[in-house]
Design a protein. Structure first.
Length: 203
């Protein structure tokens, strides 16, 4: 991938335990997703359940520091924020704290995909947080627009919500759509280098 793009390389699959993700650190990806709470997702053909205790989170921070891989914290509810503050208090995570608020994803971590839920959780985030928002619901336009207007960032793609309104859309179409929304609001889209500096990714 590094031979084909200058983009920021982030590796997901945060449901896996640390041993299953060591390659991400050893190959020195730019970023790695870190689930701050129990994984509980309910999809049509798959139920995902994985415990992520605080001891594992501490190990993630040790590895992130050693390999210089930036964590992207997955915040599914307010308990996730408590765990993030736990890591901050231990001084084992570096600023800025890049986090994604997940709304509307099915399962035991579900939260309402509403502007009210976004604003409520956003107010509880630690200082020095850089926040992105993911919505798995056709109400994503309302929530993502609120996030952009409020100075935060957004995530789109077919994994989140594969529709623009009621029309099915591809990931490139979703990116083009939300980029247009952002520009219309007066928030130009960051370049790769600007995004890296904002998030705190070493280039």
């Amino acid at each position: 991938m590094r031979k084909k793009t200058k983009g920021i390389l982030q590796c997901g699959m945060s449901s896996l335990p640390v041993p299953g993700r060591m390659e991400v650190f050893e190959e020195k990806a730019d970023m790695i997703s870190v689930m701050l709470s129990h994984h509980d997702e309910a999809f049509a053909r798959l139920d995902t359940h994985q415990l992520h205790p605080r001891e594992e989170l501490v190990e993630y921070m040790r590895l992130a520091s050693r390999y210089h891989v930036k964590p992207e914290f997955e915040v599914w509810h307010t308990g996730s924020i408590w765990n993030l503050r736990f890591l901050v208090a231990k001084r084992i995570v570096s600023q800025p704290y890049f986090s994604t608020l997940f709304l509307g994803w099915p399962g035991g971590n579900w939260s309402p995909p509403t502007v009210e839920e976004y604003l409520y959780r956003r107010r509880l985030m630690p200082e020095k947080s850089v926040v992105s928002v993911s919505v798995m619901d056709r109400s994503q336009a309302d929530v993502l627009t609120a996030a952009i207007t409020g100075g935060d960032h957004v995530r789109v793609g077919t994994e989140d919500n594969p529709f623009i309104g009621e029309k099915p859309a591809t990931t490139p179409e979703l990116v083009k759509w939300i980029s247009g929304v952002s520009k219309a609001i007066g928030r130009p889209v960051a370049s790769v280098n600007e995004a890296a500096e904002l998030i705190g990714v070493r280039r």
